[in-house]
Design a protein around this ligand. Structure first.
Ligand code: AHM
Ligand code: MG
Length: 315
């Protein structure tokens, strides 16, 4: 029986039409990120073959230089976006500093974490790409509230592309036979409460008393919560988005602002979380309201179901 499927490209085009004065530039930009993610996904699938095809820094069986996957993903995304004609500037977690595009400059600034969770690659655990898009500006230090869109791609058992341009959150799964992302998770809404908490509890002794008490409350609950921690933010946040609960990366006595970067990781994921009806909090405020002091700034974060994050705020 015929069943209409909606591809990511169709969906983006339809969403862009809702904005008066739209030119198609935003659709082209997202389509380039989509194309890059498919290429990254196909390379990740071959990650386990690196010993057969050649080690990093060597030539592989095809006489090509073998690149680390995080470097490869960075080069690919930066190249594709630089040449897209739609980007005004690009910032990547893998680059020392952001840069403006001189030739064929467009209307948007894009922040990228090309391969999030890259330490999980060699043990065959999910990794992802995170992106955050702003209208062009001469400053890179805009608060996250100004994002026009944000999203992530998970390279897992399926490849899933989740994004929001401020009108809810939608998820698309790659159909490998078609080579297209198809709408699989329309209008994602995070449950109001959950039963899973996600934190690197190995650092527990280094956390503040408040964070320790909060984590303790999940174990003391009448029905104790489950603990799940992949160590790839994209995966941990994606699970939290679909199942509810909380993901946190707190400050600790050795890292006063935790590990996650405001502009590359915390802002895009907080934008998605809030667009799906969840909450995020950093140092007592909405991370999207923080005016960054530096594009490498780190902040502690707690994000997830409304009730869970409110519980944190009450503490
Ligand atoms: P990366 O961008 O270098 O991969 O680092 C970020 C990752 C996040 O995906 C994840 O939430 C965090 O680091 C895990 O850190 P830790 O191993 O300290 O728990
Ligand atoms: Mg990362």
């Amino acid at each position: 029986m015929y069943k209409k499927v909606i591809t990511l490209t169709e969906f983006i085009l339809k969403e862009e039409r809702n904005f008066t004065g739209s030119t198609g530039s935003f659709t082209l930009l997202l389509t380039q990120i989509e194309n890059a993610s498919k290429i990254i996904a196909s390379h990740i699938k071959k990650a386990g073959l690196v010993d057969i095809l050649g080690q990093t820094g060597q030539k592989n069986a095809y006489d090509e230089e073998v690149q680390r996957l995080d470097e490869f993903s960075n080069h690919l995304l930066v190249d594709i976006l630089s040449e897209s004609g739609q980007a005004h500037a690009i910032a990547s977690e893998e680059l020392d500093k952001p840069f403006f595009i001189k030739k064929h400059s467009g209307n948007y600034t894009v922040f990228l974490d090309p391969l999030d969770g890259s330490s999980n690659i060699d043990i065959n655990i999910n990794v992802g790409t995170i992106f955050s898009i702003y209208r062009k500006s001469e400053s890179f230090l805009e608060p996250g509230i100004k994002q026009v869109a944000a999203g992530y791609i998970i390279y897992g058992p399926s490849v899933i592309f989740v994004y929001s341009c401020g009108n809810g959150v939608n998820g698309f799964t790659l159909d490998p036979s078609m080579g297209s992302f198809l709408l699989s998770h329309p209008n994602i809404r995070i449950p109001k409460r959950g039963s899973i908490y996600s934190v690197n509890e190995g650092y527990f002794p280094l956390f503040s008393k408040k964070d320790q008490d909060y984590i303790g409350s999940f174990k003391d609950a009448i029905k104790p919560y489950k603990l799940r921690y992949v160590g790839t933010m994209v995966s941990d946040v994606h699970r939290t988005l679909l199942k509810g609960g909380v993901f946190m990366y707190p400050a600790d006595s050795k890292h006063s602002q935790g590990k996650l970067r405001l502009m590359y990781e915390v802002n895009p994921m907080s934008f998605i979380m809030q667009q799906a009806g969840g909450m995020a909090i950093s140092n007592g405020k909405n991370p999207l309201d923080i005016v960054p002091s530096d594009f490498t700034q780190k902040v502690p974060v707690v994000m997830g179901s409304k009730e869970e994050v409110e519980k944190y705020m009450e503490l």
